[in-house]
Design a protein around this ligand. Structure first.
Ligand SMILES: CC(C)(COP(=O)(O)OP(=O)(O)OC[C@H]1O[C@@H](n2cnc3c(N)ncnc32)[C@H](O)[C@@H]1OP(=O)(O)O)[C@@H](O)C(=O)NCCC(=O)NCCS
Length: 189
């Protein structure tokens, strides 16, 4: 099945979902919340399998996923700016990748955002300190890892299970831990 039931329900309700290219599939646990409201803002290229959540915010957000990418169950990719994931990258289960702070640091603005979401929906204009995230090609992100805003992870790199990536990771690198630290260079093929 190319589309899962939740996505079919979203489309029947007239909501934007995603642009899913040929031979890519949404698994049974996939959840698309394209709050921005334009299906072209979430694009999944050929032969990829998505079983997690892809979400854009009302005020912004673009998710671009390459070919042969895997996004595991209960992983969440939340964009208010731009998140790019390169070909053949594997994102295990339970990961969170975000290009923004989700909530303002100021308590009054945070409460205002909460009230707006609760009463009328996500705000059309808000500053969540957005910074794009770029994950390269052939990357493997271990289960339950978090990638924070503004981070780039270079091609072929591996992030150990349970890591929190707060700063750029170069290509061909094994990094682990919270915050994720360089362990060793991986031999480029
Ligand atoms: C990183 C990983 C791939 C192992 O790579 P490795 O080359 O065999 O690394 P090592 O086991 O030799 O560990 C190297 C160092 O990193 C540490 N380390 C390894 N994985 C770690 C992790 N996830 N978190 C924190 N530290 C970790 C080791 O303790 C070791 O530290 P030391 O040098 O102080 O002794 C593996 O530990 C891992 O996290 N795999 C992800 C598995 C996963 O998410 N599976 C879900 C399905 S996709």
């Amino acid at each position: 099945m190319r589309l899962n039931f939740d996505t079919i329900r979203q489309r029947l309700a007239g909501k934007a979902t995603l642009t899913l290219h040929a031979k890519s599939k949404l698994g049974p646990y996939a959840r698309i919340r394209n709050i921005r409201g334009e299906s072209k803002r979430i694009v999944v290229d050929r032969n990829s399998f998505i079983d997690g959540e892809l979400l854009t915010f009302k005020h912004g957000g673009e998710i671009s996923i390459g070919e042969f990418v895997y996004v595991g169950e209960s992983s969440r990719i939340w964009s208010a700016s731009q998140i790019t994931i390169g070909d053949r990258t594997l994102i295990s289960f339970g990961c969170f990748i975000t290009d923004n702070l989700t909530h303002p640091l100021s308590p009054s603005k945070r409460h205002q955002q909460f009230r707006e979401i609760f009463e009328t929906g996500h705000p059309k204009e808000i500053d969540l300190s957005e910074r794009p995230v770029v994950i390269g090609k052939d990357v493997w992100i271990g289960c339950n890892s978090i990638v924070l805003r503004g981070v780039s992870i270079g091609d072929n790199s591996v992030i150990g299970a349970g890591s929190v990536v707060t700063k750029d990771i170069p290509a061909n690198t094994l990094a682990v831990g919270n915050p994720a630290r360089f362990v060793r260079e991986l031999i480029a093929e």
